[in-house]
Design a protein around this ligand. Structure first.
Ligand SMILES: Cc1ncc(COP(=O)(O)O)c(C=O)c1O
Length: 470
């Protein structure tokens, strides 16, 4: 880690001893960065030296505090400086200039290290996969399975699983269905692949979301429409003004900004679908993980004929299982089955039977409860660490799910991401999730997935995150 390479710091803050010549003709930030680089190259600033605070240097040089903060962040990103909450910004060890010879003009290191920590959203804690309970379910399920279970699979999915899911989804997520409306699939993305050829477009999507999913809804001739997002979620009241025939919503927990869709917005989505014959595709990717109050029920419960509910075990158990489900309006069931083909071609029957047993035996509920506690602890650890080490960073979207959004000052996201890469940290910025046609104001932020690292690596990942923050 960068800090272990930093020499012990001289005791005194250089403060007003730091004389910098800001060359005219450059922007203020660029001039400050040049001056700091020169000071390091010339050896006036030695490795480990603590730089003045933003405020002190800004006052000394007559600059805005933000200008200094941005220059420091850029130089951290380039590897000249290191930043650590509590010990300030220091000259990096690797920024040492050669003792003799000509002054180097090139940046000291061109490529960040391979990431050692992963705080990207997307995956649950793989180390917590319930191996023993899953094995026990597999043993029971395979022992009890009739011989025909091992023939060519039914494209609907095994009846045992569809029955278990109908009960579980009604109980835990407020989904209204019977097993005949459920079609098993290989996860949410597969569900989209099956549905898109059957539906009339164009599609509307939230203005922040996964580009991969958006791509599945688009063709070269048919872009998606971006629904603006605010603190109440997607502005579904705008749907009537669009040409969309279907809309994809993460109603329980907007991905990635966080927050449930406001009840009035849920109603507006369903009203629009009823009035226009449109369809809502509900992506319930992590609805079970809600920490501070009761889970928000599925939108599908408002109108099972106009909302297609899509879920999978990718967040609750593992994305490697490739096991998901579609709860379909009646008119779509046969069409989806025809699209799937005569046999089950994607999802292993033994996994389906195992999941059915896992749900019926209470193993799934136990696992969810255990993981909810674990993720909640991680979320609390993230929030507490930031409150202590980066109190100026606002954390949002923390009531649910496996990720949070750290709000950054406007314009700083790219440099913070670069800084994170130099800290060996893989993390995403909000920009990666923004729809190209979004009209929602640009938001700078980091999308921090706290589910992925194993427990032992989590504190070090948080440490790297704090060092990367402005
Ligand atoms: C927004 C969102 N939707 C859905 C999913 C699940 O996708 P899949 O079931 O295809 O793994 C994920 C990732 O787990 C996700 O982040």
């Amino acid at each position: 880690m960068a800090d272990s390479r930093v020499n012990p710091a001289p005791p005194a803050d250089p403060g007003s001893d730091l004389h910098l010549d800001l060359r005219p003709g450059r922007g203020r930030r660029a001039a400050l960065m040049d001056a700091l680089r020169d000071a390091v190259r010339s050896g006036r600033l030695t490795p480990g030296t603590r730089l003045p605070s933003y405020r002190t240097l800004a006052t000394d040089l007559g600059l805005a505090r933000n200008t200094v903060a941005e220059a420091y962040a850029e130089l951290v990103a380039e590897g000249w400086l290191t930043a650590r909450q509590g010990s300030g910004t220091r000259v990096a060890a690797r920024a040492t200039p050669p003792e003799r010879g000509p002054v180097r003009r090139a940046a000291p290191a061109e490529r960040p290290p391979r990431p050692s920590y992963d705080l990207r959203p997307g995956s649950p804690d793989a180390a917590s996969f319930p191996r023993a309970a899953w094995l026990a379910s597999a043993r029971r399920a395979l022992t009890a399975a009739p011989n025909d279970a091992f023939g060519a699979g039914d494209p609907r999915g095994r009846a045992e699983l569809r029955r278990s899911l109908a009960g579980y989804l009604a109980r835990a997520r407020g989904v209204r269905t019977d097993p005949d409306r459920i079609v098993v699939c290989a996860g949410f993305a597969h569900a989209l692949r099956l549905l898109v050829p059957l539906l009339d477009g164009p599609f509307a999507v939230e203005s922040y979301g996964l580009a991969f999913h958006r791509g599945l809804l688009e063709t070269p001739a048919r872009a998606t429409t971006a629904l603006a997002i605010d603190e109440h979620g997607a502005r579904t009241g705008d749907l009537p003004a669009t040409t969309a025939r279907a809309v994809l919503l993460t109603a329980a927990h907007q991905f990635p900004t966080g927050g449930p869709l406001h009840p009035a917005r849920r109603a507006a989505a369903v009203d629009w679908a009823r009035a226009t014959g449109g369809l809502v595709l509900e992506d319930d990717y992590d609805g079970e993980f809600r920490y501070d109050r009761q889970a928000v029920g599925a939108l599908q419960g408002l109108d099972p004929e106009r909302v297609c509910y899509l879920g999978s075990v990718s967040k609750s158990l593992s994305p490697a299982l490739r096991l998901g489900w579609m709860v379909l309006p009646g008119h779509l069931v046969d069409e989806v089955l025809a699209e799937k083909g005569e046999r089950e071609a994607w999802t292993s029957v033994t996994d389906q039977l195992t999941l059915a047993d896992f749900i019926d035996s209470g193993g799934y509920d136990r696992h969810i409860r255990r993981m909810r506690l674990r993720y909640r602890r991680r979320r609390d650890q993230l929030v507490a660490t930031l409150a202590e080490r980066a109190p100026h960073v606002r954390v949002t979207g923390i009531a649910a799910g496996l990720h949070a959004v750290l709000r950054l000052p406007p314009g700083t996201e790219p440099s913070v991401l670069k800084g994170a890469a130099w800290q060996g940290l893989a993390v995403d910025g909000l920009a990666a999730y923004r729809h190209p046609a979004a009209t929602t104001p640009v938001q700078d932020g980091l999308v921090v997935g706290y589910g992925t690292p194993p427990d032992h690596a989590f504190p070090a990942a948080l440490d790297a995150l704090c060092r990367a923050l402005p």
